[in-house]
Design a protein around this ligand. Structure first.
Ligand code: AMP
Length: 327
């Protein structure tokens, strides 16, 4: 995840990706690595003095949400310079046409018209490097990153075809709620659009934000059946409210027995119940920043040792070693 804003994440990041990371790392099936992608964040304008706080806030959010450095590797992208090195080599097998098709590039260049830089354009190549550097097979992301991941797969295939089998093909892993809409109900939840609920919003703020959230209600005439399938509040219920209750909410919304106000009240309760332990852990970590910094330092060391091995193989495969034995 990018360290944006003050580094804190929103409910979309959490339900679209982070919650999945926590369950995957607890499951123990995978050797899981998660990083804070600060180099990616440099593609939009920022104040250098604020970046350390943003990086720290994002890492703290990871741990507060339940990522345990004893069960996975946590690190900061810029602590492992091999990401940038691999990105360069991968750029030589990435077709320009594919980069031009990326929706996020089009959206971000519209959003930041005064700063359409080459990094914004080549962003998906660095993302492919983030993945392939660790020979990752599974990448848990939200829906908006699936297109980039498809391109990572394409880059992986192109590299392997040209230089020999070096990387496995990574596959996306989505949560049941891979795209959380913003409170405006119009665009995906995003910090920069001001339509987000923050992981660290206090209960009263969550209540106020949900109260004002867009629902299908405005389009309905009095007595019309509700349409949970198109309602963002209902989507959030499916991610946060106990399953049996969700079925009842669905039925009661359709029959008109449950109005939007009460439906939002119930969601406020379940959302605040989910956020309470996360916020309590965040407070503990803020009081002991060394726990976060220490985890990042150990994580970077481990990530660098994997990255060093991969890059030796990559350079070898590409013939970038004049001292290699001649065959
Ligand atoms: P980013 O904000 O681009 O750094 O995204 C971090 C992760 O959160 C990525 O896996 C995204 O796909 C995911 N994500 C961001 N916004 C949303 C959203 N509104 N709904 C679901 N997942 C999201």
């Amino acid at each position: 995840m990018q360290p944006t804003g003050s580094g804190e994440l929103h409910i979309g990041n959490y339900l679209g990706a982070l919650k999945n990371w926590v369950s995957l790392s607890r499951e123990g099936t995978y050797d899981a690595l998660f990083c804070v992608v600060d180099a990616h964040a440099a593609t939009t304008e920022y104040r250098a003095a604020e970046m350390p706080t943003r990086i720290f806030g994002t890492a703290l959010s990871y741990m507060a949400a339940g990522l345990d450095p004893a069960q996975c590797t946590l690190f900061v992208q810029s602590d492992v310079p091999q990401h940038m090195e691999l990105a360069w080599y991968l750029s030589t097998v990435t077709p320009m046409g594919d980069l031009h098709r990326m929706t996020q590039f089009k959206e971000k260049s519209d959003e930041h018209k005064q700063n359409v830089n080459a990094g914004l354009f080549t962003y998906p190549i660095l993302m492919a490097a983030d993945i392939l550097l660790y020979r990752a097979t599974v990448v848990p992301v939200g829906n908006d990153q699936v297109q980039h991941l498809e391109l990572s797969r394409e880059i992986c295939r192109k590299f392997n075809a040209r230089f020999g089998d070096t990387f496995p093909e990574p596959k996306p892993k989505l949560t049941p709620t891979p795209r959380i809409m913003g409170l405006d109900g119009k665009r995906k939840m995003s910090k920069s659009l001001g339509n987000a609920i923050d992981l660290f919003d206090p209960p009263k703020v969550v209540e106020k934000k949900l109260k004002g959230a867009f629902t299908d209600e405005l389009k309905l005439q009095l007595g019309d059946p509700g349409r949970p399938e198109v309602c963002n509040i209902f989507t959030l219920h499916t991610a946060l409210t106990p399953e049996g209750e969700v079925k009842q909410i669905d039925a009661d919304c359709r029959s008109g027995a449950l109005g939007c106000g009460n439906c939002k009240k119930r969601l406020t309760e379940t959302m605040n119940a989910e956020l309470a332990p996360i916020q309590a852990r965040a407070a503990e970590l803020r009081a002991e920043p060394q726990r976060v910094l220490g985890a990042l330092e150990a994580g970077a060391e481990r990530a660098r040792s994997i990255a060093t091995r991969t890059m030796a193989d990559v350079r070898e495969a590409m013939g970038m070693n004049v001292r290699a034995p001649k065959s």
